[in-house]
Design a protein around this ligand. Sequence first.
Ligand SMILES: Cc1cc2nc3c(=O)[nH]c(=O)nc-3n(C[C@H](O)[C@H](O)[C@H](O)COP(=O)(O)OP(=O)(O)OC[C@H]3O[C@@H](n4cnc5c(N)ncnc54)[C@H](O)[C@@H]3O)c2cc1C
Ligand code: FES
Length: 353
Amino acid sequence: MQKSRLLTISKIEKNTPETVVLTFDVPVDAKAAYQYEQGQHIILRRQIDGEDIRRSYSICSSVAENNLKVAVREVDGGRFSTFANNSLKVGDTLEVFPPTGHFNVDLDPSKTRVYAAFAAGSGITPIMSIIKTTLESEPDAEFMLFYGNRTGRSTLFRHEIALLKNLFMDRFSFWHFLSQEDLELSFFSGRLDGDKVTALTDNLLSIDKIDHAFVCGPDAMIDSVTDALKTAGMAADNVHSEKFLSEGQPIVSSKRASDMGGTAKLTLIIDGDEFNIRADRDSAILDAALDGGADVPFACKGGVCCTCRAKVLSGEVDMVLNQGLEPEEVNAGYVLTCQSFAVSDEVTLSYDA
Ligand SMILES: Cc1cc2nc3c(=O)[nH]c(=O)nc-3n(C[C@H](O)[C@H](O)[C@H](O)COP(=O)(O)OP(=O)(O)OC[C@H]3O[C@@H](n4cnc5c(N)ncnc54)[C@H](O)[C@@H]3O)c2cc1C
Ligand code: FES
């Protein structure tokens, strides 16, 4: 299990009226642990009003920049995002977990590939890292960005995108959609969704030329854009998406485990130590572990961020939701413990595997 560390905030920039970009100072002895890949995210943890809050934020800088930077957009009533936008100061510390996630593809400088990204709102954050890293690492790559926002003023990384256009004039192109502003070309007014993508693939975008597409934004946008890309002929394996979701979504129990009722014996391996817990079958394994006093990792509790990933070494569990693990990980026995329920009488899981 990866350990968190207190990191000092070295810079805070207001990128839009409701978004701050936080830069962390990573000490030399922590550089290796905080080295990231494009599209990865970190978990920030802080006690706020006596509550242990952990939230995931995508790194927005390129791998070559090697600068641990995230953008936090304030959401109405949001506990961490309101705190980050209004109370954090340069010099404050936050507990930061090392980068994680696989919202990316392996890059290869010898390849000539075409990429497209579809981002809405704060979904641009990992996309910025992906675009910059790809264009810097693959000298012949082309990248197209389709980006949706409410207004020009609320557009995150507006200036950075303009700079990218200048820097990679021949290889980077950008289309901007605004849902609350009337634009000269009416096609660009309105939400970036599946219908817009279908109109693009019917007229402008040759889907067979795109090697990989990245999609990030609200859930409904991700689903409709992904469907439109697949309907237009893109292979599902080449459409990559990242969902942003917050704690607070009710966890649906496993009907199979609930119907069986009673308790199961859980053996959890964490940092080489073994914890034995008796868990109600209708409690998620993560909740049972936390209630039992085990220091298990988690962030979103919504089946998205994969922080709570563990490998089932023996026994049977039912995972009711998975929005983050790849099919290969599931086949290899990994589960998201925040969404998994013990079915067999005894289950052994490792958070170290
Ligand atoms: C892998 C991953 C990467 C992420 N990257 C980023 C990022 O780069 N930048 C960023 O700003 N956020 C990102 N998020 C979302 C972030 O983790 C938090 O969920 C978000 O900041 C809200 O947290 P909060 O504590 O302020 O809100 P909470 O107190 O958890 O929620 C308060 C209310 O706001 C609603 N809400 C929560 N999240 C959103 C949202 N995104 N949009 C609209 N309403 C919401 C909730 O349903 C709830 O009603 C990411 C999430 C994941 C899983
Ligand atoms: S805590 Fe995020 S997927 Fe389980």
